[in-house]
Design a protein around this ligand. Structure first.
Ligand code: NAP
Ligand code: MN
Length: 268
C-alpha cells in the first residue's frame, strides 16, 4: 500500500507528521507522494479540503484518512494522540471505504467556447461585492427566480456543516445524495422576490445561474476563488465522482454534529 502524508504547516501538525513518517518507515509502508493509495492528512478540515484538491485527478483510486490537530473536525476521524492505533488500522487495511458526494461545477465564460469544469467537496459560491448581484436561477432546466442580493451558495452534504450552515442552511446527513442552495443576503421587498429559504436539490436536477453581464463576480470553490472574467452561465450538479475515505471505525454523524456545535454539557 502506497501512502502520502499531507500536512498543514502548524507546529503540532509538523510534529505529528514527523512521528508518523518514522512509524511508516519502521513498518515498511511505501511512501508515494504522486500516486498514493491512501492520503493521510494532518491538520483540520481545511487541510483535508486542500489535500482533496491536490489529488482530485486520482479520486477513483485514492482513499483519504484525516487526523486533526486542533478541535474535532467533520472530515477528520482521528485525534493526533491516536497515531499508533491509526498505523495498526492501516496495517490491517482491507480496502474498506465510505464515499461522499461531490459538486460538479461547469463554468461557461463569455470569452471561451469550451466550459471549465471544477469539483468541490464543500461548496461553491457566486458572489458580488461591489454592487447587487443579479442572476437568473434555473432549477432542473426551468427558470425559477431572478435573484438579487450578495450571492448564492451551493453545497454538498458534507459541506452542509461549513459555509452553508452559517447561511442558515440545513445540516444534511452525508448518506443523502443531494445539493443545497442557500442565499447570501437576498433583497426582498414589494419589487424584488426570491424564495428566501434554503432549497434541497434532488440528485438528477441541476441548478444553473445566468448572471447579468458584469465582470466583477467572485466564484469560490472550497478555499479557492476565481474572478475577473465575464461569466455567461454556471451549472451545478451532483458529480459522478465521489471522495472515498478509508473508514476503520464507525463515527455517528449526528454525534459529530453534536460534538462540534452543541457540546455534551448543553445536551441535557
Ligand atoms: P477557514 O477559514 O479556516 O474555514 C472556516 C471554518 O470552516 C474552519 O473552522 C474550518 O475548519 C471549517 N470547515 C471547513 N470545512 C468544514 C466542513 N465540511 N464542516 C464543518 N466545518 C468546516 O478556511 P478553510 O479551512 O480553508 O476552509 C474553507 C471553507 O471555509 C470553505 O469551504 C467554506 O465552507 C468555509 N467558509 C465559511 C465561511 C462562513 O462560515 N462564513 C466563509 C467562508 C468560507 P478547520 O479549522 O478544521 O479547517
Ligand atoms: Mn481551516
Amino acid at each position: 500500500m502506497k501512502i502520502a502524508i499531507f500536512t498543514n504547516d502548524g507546529r503540532q501538525s509538523l510534529k505529528v507528521t514527523q512521528k508518523l513518517q518514522k512509524k511508516f518507515e519502521d513498518t515498511h509502508f511505501v511512501m508515494d507522494e504522486k500516486n498514493p493509495d491512501i492520503v493521510v492528512t494532518i491538520g483540520g478540515d481545511g487541510t483535508l479540503l486542500a489535500a482533496f484538491h491536490k489529488y482530485e485527478n486520482i479520486l477513483g483510486t485514492v482513499r483519504f484518512v484525516a487526523v486533526h490537530t486542533g478541535h474535532l473536525g467533520f472530515y477528520t476521524d482521528w485525534r493526533d494522540d491516536e497515531i499508533d492505533d491509526l498505523v495498526i488500522s492501516l496495517q490491517s487495511d482491507n480496502g474498506q471505504s465510505v464515499s461522499y458526494p461531490l459538486l460538479d461545477i461547469r463554468v461557461k465564460y463569455e470569452d471561451d467556447q469550451r466550459p471549465v469544469n471544477l469539483l468541490a467537496l464543500n461548496e461553491a459560491t457566486l458572489k458580488r461585492n461591489s454592487a447587487t448581484m443579479v442572476t437568473d436561477v434555473f432549477v432542473g432546466g426551468d427558470l425559477f427566480e431572478k435573484f438579487r442580493g450578495d450571492g448564492l451558495c451551493i453545497s454538498t452534504p458534507t459541506g452542509s456543516t461549513a459555509y452553508n450552515k452559517s447561511l442558515g442552511g440545513a445540516v444534511i446527513h452525508p448518506n443523502l445524495k443531494v445539493l443545497q442552495m442557500t442565499e447570501i443576503s437576498s433583497i426582498n421587498n414589494r419589487v424584488f422576490r426570491t424564495l428566501s429559504s434554503p432549497m434541497i436539490i434532488a440528485p438528477n436536477d441541476w441548478v444553473t445561474l445566468v448572471p447579468a453581464s458584469e465582470c466583477d463576480y467572485i466564484l469560490t470553490v472550497d478555499q479557492d476563488s476565481f474572478h475577473g472574467r465575464r461569466i455567461e452561465q454556471i451549472r451545478f450538479k451532483i458529480s459522478n465522482k465521489s471522495i472515498q475515505f478509508a473508514k476503520y471505525r464507525h463515527m455517528q454523524f449526528w454525534q459529530r454534529v453534536q460534538d462540534a456545535f452543541i457540546g455534551a454539557e448543553y445536551a441535557n
